[in-house]
Ligand binder design. Sequence first.
Ligand code: ARG
Length: 460
Amino acid sequence: MSSGAKKLWGGRFSGATDPLMEAFNESIHFDRRMFAADIQGSRAYAKALHKQGILTLTEQSQLDKGLATVLSEWQAGTFELKPGDEDIHTANERRLGEIVGSVSGKLHTGRSRNDQVATDMRLWLRDEVKQMVNFLRELVGVLVSRAQTDVDVLMPGYTHLQRAQPIRWSHFLLSYAFSFQQDTQRLEESLPRICQLPLGSGALAGNPFQVDRQWLAKELGFSSVTPNSLYGTSDRDFVAEFLFHCSLIMVHISRLAEDLIIYSTAEFGFVQLADAYSTGSSLMPQKKNPDSLELLRGKSGRVFGDMAGFMMTYKGLPSTYNKDMQEDKEPMFDAVDTLTGSLQITAAVIATLRINADKMKNSLTGDMLATDLAEYLVRKGVPFRETHHISGAAVKMAEDRGCQISDLSVADLQTLHTSFSNDVLLVWNYEKSVDNRSSIGGTSRVTVLAQIEQLKLWLN
Ligand code: ARG
């Protein structure tokens, strides 16, 4: 063998591995980050083997102590990789052997790296998902407290990126808070599917020593065992699902980033990013660029790529384990890392954002109340389809005269419909327009505060 190291699977081989192939085959440089999960799984498995009489109590406790030492070496950063450590499972077992001697050779009884790697990934991902849920909740918390502080700020609401109707700035912020709430719930709901234990599936056909898989599941804090050993070693749906959830979270982050990038242009001037989350130009001294937001938008593509790439690897595989599956970990790790950074940066950007409430308010224009004008006539009994036309005619009249719709006199409006009277002047009030929208989910002060309460209740 090129490395001179004894391979776990070397018994039936007489020829050496090409060094290029050795490098191509190894996964230790990325799967080492699952060291703790791998050791946790092995310690539980040794206990299960003892329960079946495969290991004596002394052997089991030797293995347990040895594995604890291996763990502490990883934690202290003193674990030394050696040639032939092809992946985390191989490396840990090799090191265990050095510490406890030949008894280490009993640990893998009835186990395969196929059920081992699937177990490690599920153990690892379970903890990461819980951490991600915390970051998401923090982000929702930031959006909610910001919404509460800024509740009296009005801004133009947009459809097609064209001025549509006045809304509260808080209403805008909360719209994203609710998306992130759904994201959190989706991640939490995926946990029982992640927490299915494959250990005890063997290479593919099952465990011949009747290890108590229910006991193992309990020992590892899993809610169930995979009910079929082929499925147990084959399945990576939990990775696919996780990558989808990450992609969708990044889509939400990206859309929020895009909104804020637009709002931060001089043309809009609604928001200003804190210096801490912006950068300058190497050429143009005046520039302050929203790099944090652009990176967030850009990274959404990256995470979608993790998902798309993984799906392509996964789709052509025949049943159970195939080495292609070694390609499942890097997208999972990358998605975790990208989301961990993105969620924290998003929260920080929102928390430190300066808003220009006057600029928002001054961007409101009378035509944005054209719907309110139509609704005024509705309240006088005119059918909405007619009022829509009448209000449209008022918009046109103002446009022709080069004035705001709110500058039209009552007499002008009466030429369009006889139901207009003096009280029509009360329509030209943005605050009132916003507060009229007080059905659940609307942008009125009362209903925005209710949204805030709803999210606070959920956060607690
Ligand atoms: N490093 C491998 C992976 O990540 C571990 C499983 C190897 N199994 C095997 N039968 N070669 O998928």
